[in-house]
Structures are given as structure tokens and as C-alpha cells.
Design a protein around this ligand. Structure first.
Ligand code: FCB
Length: 466
């Protein structure tokens, strides 16, 4: 249940919703769209629950007008969506596919006509397959291709869109996609996945520069974060939590905000002069166990100032030691909290803790923060009367919005909050089994039904404005 009225946020605070291209658009083969690594991954036996794929998904590519109307009814001030690289450059290089950009231009103009600010993310995991065939993010070249694509998108839309996000959750791409193999492209390289981390960061830096030269005024990157709690106060578990914090929370933020990699010694990578965590931070030529793929000057590109940090938060992590493992930690359950349909613990205080941690860790280097994703999955069903009673989602959102307010009151500069997600969609390896939307989608008929949480969020936004 939600509690008393939510405290008031500062005037100008942005209330929004988030989606991503692959998860909602469908129209996988239309208007010249190329294949992405997720199209390919979905065909891998056993990769996606029930063998589902996103060829149709929410059919948003055709139903975007209806979806913009839903957002107008909701009263959001901003919509974070992603642009599909394979629509803009079907093979990841070369001139723009005009039809692909036309789609995002129509969407942008419709949003603006409704007073909704578009907030595009350029990379929400759907790499053109043609680039994967050349190494994907393991190849340095991909960073340059990403900047080209960013420039093409901005050349069309920078005049109407102020804030652009480069990457979504490079941690998940690196860890799940390249180290552990349960996301596209399905590589299980463990620590040999690190070049994918660096090349995404380099891609962010190069894309940021390309966006700015195309006239974009604000650039941000979105990371997901989980406060790292040791499972006990033993030295080993504390070290495990430290390692996890580096890997999940610092690896994609320190280089951007501090211009240096964090201490990677828990992963057997030495720090020292010219090495991550060492003075200067910029790695030179790799020694044994060093980071050969980092070139002089890369960190300066990566650390060019940003105008915002996108924060995705779902849950904290509790870690115990896993001795002699390449990743020296394991996730432990967090008892004592309610769980979402995904089994994730509901810990709103973790969001306050995280925001305070970011402020403490980065100080003056921390740009304005946007909560670019927060939400929960639930086993939502439409009743005979057409109602979706999703009390648990209302309670989740209420608790987390209060948690953001606490951080704001304590001086963290948070400028906006985006619910994940506007509507139920293709939840990666879970297919259509995890419903995160404020709007229920019947995937057989494409019928959209606003859930009770939709009305709750609409009222909350109206009350904040009133
Ligand atoms: C995040 C992803 C987003 C969605 C949510 C539930 O990690 O960015 O696409 O899948 O999780």
C-alpha cells in the first residue's frame, strides 16, 4: 500500500517513463532495419524462456501514436526511449538509412506536440550483427562506429532534443553479454571481457564528442547500480563486497567522472603507475596481466565532462566470498524484504544509500543525476472488468520515490525520475514473462490496458505540479 501523500520535489523535477527499442518496437524486418545481436541471440536454443523473440514485441513501430497518447494521459514530462542502431545503420556503418531516422523523427515530433521531452538512448544493447561479426565491443573499431552512428542520429534530431544518453548499462553488456554469456552476444570470457568494457567507455566518449559537434547541448551515460552489502562482517565477505562494488558500481563510472579506472586488483589486475587505480590512472602499454587495449589519451576522451548521470536502480546486492574464482564473489539472498515477480528484493532504502554513496564518492565531479530506470515486475492480470490491480507496483514506486526524495533533501542533485516501464515488454532472457509496465499489454491482441499504477503515477505527477 502507498503511504500518505508524497513529499514535494523541487520545481522543474522531471517525471518520466522509460522503454527501449528492442523491447517494444517489433517490425524487425521493416524499412531496411538490419539484424541486431539480440535477433540472433533469440534464435539460440534455450537462450530465451519459451523460445520467445521480439519480432513483434509491443508492435510499437506501428502503434507509437497510441503509445504517445497514453503518455499524454499519464502527464509525463519526458520519455526515455532508445534508438535502434540497426534501423539507422543496418550494418553498423555507412550512410544513414533515412527510413529508420524518419521513425524517430515522427516519434520526436509527436512527443513534442504533447509537451513531452524526448530523451533518447543511443545504445540499449541492440548492436548491429554485422559489427558483432567483426568482434562487437571486443573490437576497438566498434567505438568509432558508435560515434559515427551518434553523429547521424544527432544530425537529424539535435535541433529538437536537448538531453541524449549514450549507453545503457555497459556493466550488463560486459558482465552478462561478454563475461558470463547469458545475454547477447553470448560470450563467456570472464575477465577477458574487459576490452568490451573499455571499448564501450571509449564509444561513450567518442559519441559524446560527435553529439556535441552535431549541436547536442547535454550528454549523459546511464549505469545501473546496486549497493554492495557484505553477507557478514568477515574479512573475506567484506573483500567480496568491495570487489563487487568495483565491478558493478565503479568500473563504468570512475573512468567517466574521475578519468581513471578503479582498483582492479581483486580481479588479478595490478594497479600502479600507468595502471588502473595507479597515479594518473591512464594505462600505458600492458605488462603481464595489464590492459593492452587501453591507449594513451583514451581516458581523456572517456572523461570529457557529462551533463548528467543516468542511474538505474532495482535492488541492492549481498555478497559472500568465492575463493579462488575469477569473479571472487557470489550473490546471496537478501532475506526479510518483499520480492518482485522476478524474485528481486524490494529495498527502497537502497536507492537513498546509493545516491548518497555517489555524492560522497564523486563529490563535485558528480553531475546532475537522473533516475533513468526504476520499477518492478509483477504477475499482472486484467480482470473481467478490465482492471489491473497492481498494488505491489504502486507500493514499490511509492517507496522508491520517497527514497529519492530523502536523497534530494540530503543534498543530492537529482533532476528526474523515469519509471521502467511505460508498458509491459520483451524482458530479454525472460521473454514476455516479466511484466514491468504501468500499462498492461496483451501480446496476442496488442491491447493496452492501463494498470492501477498508471492512475496512481498520473495522480502523483498532477499533485506534484499542482
Ligand atoms: C534493466 C534494463 C531494462 C530492463 C530492466 C528490467 O537492466 O536496462 O532494459 O530490462 O532492467
Amino acid at each position: 500500500m502507498s503511504g500518505p501523500a508524497l513529499p514535494r520535489f523541487p520545481g522543474g523535477f522531471t517525471w518520466g517513463v522509460s522503454t527501449s527499442a528492442f523491447q517494444i518496437e517489433g517490425a524487425a524486418h521493416e524499412d531496411g532495419r538490419g539484424e541486431s545481436i539480440w535477433d540472433v541471440f533469440c534464435r539460440k536454443p534455450g537462450a530465451i524462456r519459451d523460445g520467445q523473440n521480439a519480432d513483434v514485441a509491443d508492435d510499437h513501430y506501428h502503434r507509437w501514436r497510441e503509445d504517445v497518447e497514453l503518455m499524454a494521459r499519464l502527464g509525463v514530462g519526458a520519455y526515455r526511449f532508445s534508438i535502434a542502431w540497426p534501423r539507422v545503420q543496418p550494418t553498423g556503418r555507412g550512410p544513414a538509412n533515412a527510413a529508420g531516422l524518419d521513425f524517430y523523427e515522427r516519434l520526436t515530433d509527436a512527443l513534442l506536440a504533447r509537451g513531452i521531452t524526448p530523451v533518447p538512448t543511443l545504445y540499449h544493447w541492440d548492436l548491429p550483427q554485422a559489427l558483432q561479426s567483426e568482434g562487437g565491443w571486443l573490437a576497438r573499431e566498434t567505438a568509432a562506429r558508435f560515434a559515427d552512428y551518434a553523429g547521424l542520429a544527432a544530425a537529424r534530431l539535435a535541433d529538437r532534443i536537448p538531453l541524449w544518453i549514450t549507453l545503457n548499462e555497459p556493466f550488463v553488456v560486459t558482465a552478462y553479454g561478454y563475461a558470463l554469456g547469458f545475454h547477447a552476444p553470448g560470450a563467456s570470457l570472464m575477465m577477458d571481457a574487459l576490452p568490451a568494457a573499455h571499448h564501450q567507455l571509449l564509444g561513450h566518449g567518442l559519441a559524446a564528442a560527435a553529439l556535441r559537434s552535431a549541436g547536442v547541448s547535454q550528454v549523459a551515460i546511464t549505469n545501473n547500480y546496486s549497493p554492495a552489502w557484505p553477507a557478514s562482517d568477515s574479512e573475506a565477505d567484506m573483500a567480496a563486497a568491495y570487489a563487487y562494488d568495483v565491478w558493478h558500481n565503479r568500473l563504468f563510472t570512475d573512468p567517466v567522472l574521475l578519468g581513471a579506472y578503479p582498483d582492479l586488483s581483486p580481479f588479478g589486475i595490478p594497479s600502479g603507475p600507468g595502471k588502473p587505480g595507479g597515479p594518473g590512472g591512464d594505462a600505458g602499454p600492458a605488462g603481464p596481466g595489464g590492459l593492452a587495449w587501453i591507449r594513451d589519451g583514451d581516458l581523456a576522451v572517456i572523461a570529457a565532462p557529462v551533463d548528467g548521470l543516468g542511474v538505474n536502480y532495482y535492488r541492492p546486492a549481498r555478497l559472500s566470498a568465492l575463493p579462488d574464482a575469477l569473479l571472487p564473489f557470489q550473490m546471496e539472498p537478501i532475506p526479510g524484504y518483499p520480492r518482485t515477480a522476478f524474485g528481486w528484493p524490494v529495498v527502497p532504502a537502497g536507492l537513498t544509500e546509493l545516491l548518497m554513496l555517489l555524492k560522497e564518492r564523486y563529490g563535485a565531479a558528480l553531475p546532475p543525476v537522473y533516475i533513468t530506470e526504476n520499477g518492478c515486475s509483477a504477475d499482472d492480470r486484467v480482470s473481467a472488468g478490465g482492471v489491473v490491480a497492481d498494488e505491489t507496483r504502486i507500493s514499490y514506486l511509492d517507496g522508491h520515490i520517497r527514497a529519492v526524495h530523502e536523497a534530494v533533501a540530503a543534498g543530492v542533485d537529482v533532476r528526474g525520475y523515469f519509471v521502467w516501464s511505460l508498458m509491459d515488454n520483451f524482458e530479454w532472457t525472460e521473454g514476455f514473462h516479466q511484466r514491468f509496465g504501468l500499462v498492461h499489454v496483451d501480446f496476442a491482441t496488442q491491447r493496452r490496458t492501463p494498470k492501477d499504477s498508471f492512475g496512481w503515477y498520473r495522480n502523483m505527477i498532477a499533485a506534484q505540479r499542482g
